[in-house]
Design a protein around this ligand. Sequence first.
Ligand SMILES: C[S@@+](CC[C@H](N)C(=O)[O-])C[C@H]1O[C@@H](n2cnc3c(N)ncnc32)[C@H](O)[C@@H]1O
Length: 272
Amino acid sequence: MPARTLAPNYHGTHFLRSAAVATNLVRASGVGRDHLVVDLGAGGGAITAPLAATGARVLAVERNPKFVETLIDRFSNTANVRVIQGDARTVPLPHRPYQVVANIPFSVSTPLLRRLLQSPRTRLRRADLIVEWGLARRLTRPRPRDLETAWWAARFELALVQRIPRTCFSPSPTVDAAHLSIRPRSGMGSRVLPPLWWLVHAGYTSPQRTVHALVTEVAGARQARRLVRMVGLESNTLADQVTVEQWAGLAQGLAEADTVSWPPLPRRLDRV
Ligand SMILES: C[S@@+](CC[C@H](N)C(=O)[O-])C[C@H]1O[C@@H](n2cnc3c(N)ncnc32)[C@H](O)[C@@H]1O
């Protein structure tokens, strides 16, 4: 169904009118035969169709019954597409590793990102999302302004791939969008997560303390000096000057040193 026939705009959502944007997004995602991929907010299938063409197993999640009908019609003969009527904020996500490729509704971007990125047990392997330009800028700052984004960005590399002009959507939103790529950061296995959480939590709760003082609390002054230097910081660098990459490096160093018995991660991180 051509995107421009989908107006009026349902709940502030914007449908892709550019097939090239959908194709490029899918190509950049690296999705291929037999991968499991979820399209959250599938609409008329603008992204579902190029995903299906890769041979991947595609789950197309859509809340609006009219679009669900359209999707069922459009993909009734496509064995590798399953249409799921439901709310992307609550629909069960796969228990095995999966990717997400989607033009997510701007109005629920943050709850959806939380679902994908927050839990230490997430099975998300990568994601390529179209999000609001301003959100993509905020998420990809080297020093995020809030603890939640820092927790996501220390475990996943969040990169702004390109700006997508508002004219690529129908109806056009008031602002441009962006292709946001999400890839797991290497070396962030389960042993690294407790020290990582401790560090970012301490750093964002006490932004004016030196990172050296924070690390000293758990590792002793000598080890703290070594780790702080190892990630390219000075002893007097304040916590709010530390990048997510440096928090990740410090957490890896602490996990390797293996001298601390870390408290378990808070259960609320798993509530997704
Ligand atoms: C930005 S549009 C994208 C549609 C299509 N993927 C495209 O790119 O043209 C978002 C779609 O998500 C649907 N939607 C909005 N909120 C949703 C939710 N909470 N759960 C599932 N789908 C939702 C809307 O009905 C709409 O079809």
